[in-house]
Design a protein around this ligand. Sequence first.
Ligand SMILES: [Cu+2]
Length: 180
Amino acid sequence: MAITPPSERLWWKEPVERAEVVWIVLALVWSLIMFFMMPYWHVVGEQNLSNEAYRIKPEKFAERVEAMAAQYTVRQEGTTGIPVVRPPAGGDAYMLGRLWEWWPILELEKGKQYRLHLSSMDYQHGFSLQPENINISIHPNYEMVLTITPTSSGEFGVVCNEFCGIGHHQMLGKIYVVEK
Ligand SMILES: [Cu+2]
């Protein structure tokens, strides 16, 4: 029975079974490979974002997004009334997440670098850029800043991939990348 002590009191002094040693070594080697793959893929595979995070109040962030929209809106998206904003190349671009939209729509220039600021007004949202598959979690009170350079032009979708309530599936945004 397990609640009684082992019959051999010095049970830890027994030699480890050979097969067990093999498995421990295999697991150790594999975990070390995975450990070093993380920084390796960050540089070579370009799989992780080199993002920065800052504290910011949602009201403050909303102010900045609205200031950008007020200054650089170039048109409205169809009949939706959603502004399409074209921030200056090389500058700051803002997008906010809230129940249930990514706002506003951005228009960026191919080959130009931008500082893309992302934050949430309410709950946790996911910023998933499709079809590029760039993903980052977005939280209220934190501003995530990504330094990005669009390498291809076209229309890119932003999908929320953190479940955020009844309208989660409708939480979409858009980024246009245009050639100069
Ligand atoms: Cu969401």
